[in-house]
Design a binder for this molecule. Structure first.
Ligand code: ASP
Ligand code: MG
Length: 411
C-alpha cells in the first residue's frame, strides 16, 4: 500500500460531471488499496471571476481581502468532491488550507508555505478517510487566509506530499504529460516518460506551462516524485525525477529532452558605451530599480574603447525599459539605443548536454540551413537559448525537433 497525493486542476473540476469523474478516479485508487490525499483547484475560470468581482468593487483594495475572496473557489470544489466520494461509498472529508493547517507567511497573493500540520490528514488516512484539501491557500500568522499565487494548487499538492512523505504526487491536468515541445507548434511532439527536475524547471520557466514553477522547485528540494497525468485519458503521464539516468539507455542516450520557446521578448541594445568598470551596473541598475526583470544579457569584448550592451525584457515591460535606457545612454555618453520588438527565444534543454560537446554547433547549423539568423546566444549547463526573429519561431522549433530526433521515443 502506498500513500498517494492526487491534485486535480481547474479543468478537471470544471463541472459537476467532471467532479463525478474525478470521484471515480479517486475511488479507483482507493480500491487498489492505496491511501489517497486529494488536493483540488477551483472550477476553471472561477478564480478569475472572483478576482474580477473584487477588483470591480475596489481595484486598489488590500491583498488580504482579495485572498479572502479568491480562496473561496476551492472551498466549493472540496465540498463537492467530498459529497461525490461519499455518494460512491468512499469516506471523505473536506478541509480548507487553514483547517488543515497549512501555515504560510503573510505575503498575501503570493504567500509561501512555512509549515504543515499533518495530524488530521494522517489520522484520516489511518481511518480510511480520504482528506480533500483546498489548494492554493493557507493560514497567515495572524489567522487570515492567504493564497499562494496563481496556479498555487500544484504547490499545495507537492507540499502535502513532502509533509506526508507520500510515495508519489500525481498532478492531474488536461494534458497527458510533459511534451518535447508544444504540440500546437510541432504536431510530432512526443510525451516524455521521464524528465529530470532540472530539465522541468528550465522547460517550465522557458514557457512550457504545465506546472507552477514553484511546485517543481519544491518537489526537487524535498525529493517528491512528481507525475503529470491527464484526468481524461488513461496513461502513465510524465514522471519528474531526480535521477538523470533513470529510464535512459546508455546506447541511445538522448541529449535533448525538449524545446521551449518564449514569444514575449523584446531586445534593447545600448550602442557604443565606454568600456570601463561599472558600466554593466550603470545600465542594468536603473532597469532593476524600475522593477523590470531582465532575461538575457550580452556584452561584447570591446574592440576600441567602447562596447555594445544588449539585453532582453518581457514585451510588456519594453516601453518602460526603453524610457529608462534612453536616459541611461545619455548619461553614459553612449552612441545610441537600438531596439527590436519582433524577436523570440528558442531553447534546447537536456541534462545530456553536460557530457556531450557539439550540441550548440549542431543547433546553429540546423538553424542556418533554414536561413534563420541568430541574434543572441546564451547557455547554461543544460540549456542553449537563441534569440531569433519571431516570424521564424515555428520553423525553428520544427527544424530543431527534427535535427535532434525528438520525435523518436527514448529507448
Ligand atoms: N485556482 C487557483 C488559480 O486559478 C489556483 C490553481 O488553480 O492552482 O490560480
Ligand atoms: Mg492550475
Amino acid at each position: 500500500m502506498s500513500l498517494i497525493v492526487q491534485k486535480y486542476g481547474g479543468t478537471s473540476m470544471g463541472s459537476v460531471e467532471r467532479i463525478e469523474h474525478v470521484a471515480g478516479k479517486v475511488a479507483q485508487t482507493r480500491a487498489q488499496g492505496h491511501q489517497v490525499v486529494v488536493v483540488v483547484s477551483a472550477m476553471s475560470g472561477e478564480t478569475d471571476r472572483l478576482l474580477k468581482l473584487a477588483k470591480a468593487v475596489n481595484p486598489r483594495g488590500s491583498e488580504r481581502e482579495f485572498d479572502q475572496i479568491a480562496s473561496t473557489g476551492e472551498q466549493v470544489t472540496i465540498g463537492l468532491l467530498a459529497l461525490a466520494l461519499d455518494k460512491r461509498g468512499v469516506k471523505a472529508r473536506s478541509y480548507t488550507g487553514p483547517q488543515v493547517a497549512i501555515r504560510t507567511d503573510s505575503a498575501y497573493g503570493k504567500a509561501r508555505i512555512q509549515q504543515i500540520d499533518d495530524k488530521r490528514l494522517r489520522a484520516d488516512c489511518e481511518a480510511g478517510v480520504v482528506p480533500v484539501v483546498a489548494g492554493f491557500q493557507g493560514v497567515s500568522p495572524d489567522g487570515s487566509t492567504a493564497t499562494l499565487g496563481r496556479g498555487g494548487s500544484d504547490t499545495t499538492g507537492v507540499a502535502l506530499a513532502a509533509a506526508l512523505k507520500a510515495d508519489e504526487c500525481q498532478i492531474y491536468t488536461d494534458v497527458d504529460g510533459v511534451y518535447t515541445t508544444d504540440p500546437r507548434v510541432e504536431p510530432k511532439a512526443r510525451r516524455l516518460d521521464k524528465v529530470t527536475f532540472e530539465e522541468m524547471l528550465e522547460l517550465a520557466s522557458l514557457g512550457s506551462k504545465v506546472l507552477q514553477i514553484r511546485s517543481v522547485e519544491f518537489a526537487g528540494k524535498y525529493k517528491v516524485p512528481l507525475r503529470v497525468l491527464s484526468t481524461f485519458v488513461d496513461g502513465p503521464g510524465t514522471l519528474i525525477t531526480l535521477d538523470e539516468d533513470n529510464g535512459r539507455s546508455a546506447v541511445e542516450d538522448p541529449l535533448i529532452s525538449g524545446i521551449a520557446f518564449n514569444r514575449d521578448e523584446a531586445q534593447i541594445t545600448v550602442v557604443g558605451v565606454p568600456d570601463r568598470p561599472g558600466v554593466a551596473a550603470a545600465v542594468l541598475g536603473p532597469v532593476g530599480d524600475a522593477n523590470i526583470e531582465v532575461d538575457m544579457i550580452v556584452q561584447n569584448v570591446a574592440g576600441d574603447a567602447t562596447t555594445d550592451f544588449t539585453f532582453t525584457v518581457h514585451r510588456n515591460d519594453f516601453d518602460r525599459a526603453h524610457e529608462v535606457i534612453k536616459r541611461v545612454a545619455a548619461d553614459l555618453g553612449a552612441k545610441g539605443v537600438r531596439t527590436a520588438n519582433d524577436i523570440c527565444k528558442v531553447s534546447l534543454v537536456g541534462v545530456g548536454m553536460r557530457s556531450h560537446a557539439g550540441i550548440a554547433s549542431k543547433m546553429f547549423k540546423a538553424l542556418a540551413s533554414d536561413g534563420i539568423n541568430i541574434q543572441m546566444i546564451s547557455t547554461s549547463e543544460i540549456k542553449i537559448s537563441v534569440v531569433i526573429q519571431d516570424k521564424y519561431l515555428e520553423l525553428a522549433v520544427r527544424t530543431l525537433h527534427k535535427a535532434f530526433n525528438l520525435e523518436q521515443a527514448r529507448a
